[in-house]
Design a binder for this molecule. Sequence first.
Ligand SMILES: [Zn+2]
Length: 280
Amino acid sequence: MNYDSKNMKFYERGDVAYLTFPAFEKYGFVRHAFSTRIGGVSENAFASMNLNFGRGDRDENVTENFHRFCSAAGFDYSTLVASSQDHGTFIRRVGAENRGTGIWKPKDIKSVDGLVTDEPDVTLVTYYADCVPLFFLDPVKRAIGLAHAGWRGTVAGIGAKMVKTMEREFGSRPEDLVAAVGPSIGPCCFEVDAPVYEEFSKLTQLNPRKFIVQNGGGKYHIDLWEANRCILIHAGIQREQITIAGLCTQCNAQWLWSHRASGGKRGGLAAMMCLTEGKA
Ligand SMILES: [Zn+2]
């Protein structure tokens, strides 16, 4: 496997492969990574790097995968704090007291689709398999966030809600934020019927023609990457501060988990991000 793009870098550390954004890597006080299917111990439909509990894989395999992924990508397993995603827009501020949640401690909240923190050594973890990962960094206030934006979360504006939350919680200024849209189902593959199309066409403040293509026959293609970029710009982030991976999970289902490509019998990808140093 060899992937080459200016927007994301592909790393292999031992058996484990993962992706990062150069736009985030240039800051020395934050670490982040997006997983692939490569380098885990899970088998069959979950082969091999499955980072989702509760989809039918053995918990001990998922735990071992977390350990392997963390040691390859440079995270401390004991600091992981996971989301609890249900396609909502609730964003949780977490800190040291939440370490382990959803990984080696039980989940304690049902609906969490976004995580933010300004504490070092608290690793945010969110899950994907076609849905859109959104990464946020405020290099001025030293705060970070991850959000899960499926089509519902995208339409509901979880990206804008992340910006608002970082403003409220950390005093972030939208124009300082660095953002990235990670690997997810692309405009090439995300075909929808009229009900989903209608939800996107209601986003009139964003000029929906930028992210909706009508195919005829009641079918439409939605560009979730562009929709999220429009939402983030509308929320005040500067266009040049937003990176789009441009990597489609369904087109690359051999090495990225895709819900649509697998018919739902699949493992899951994870985004992780952690501040390694606090405020200067
Ligand atoms: Zn595709």
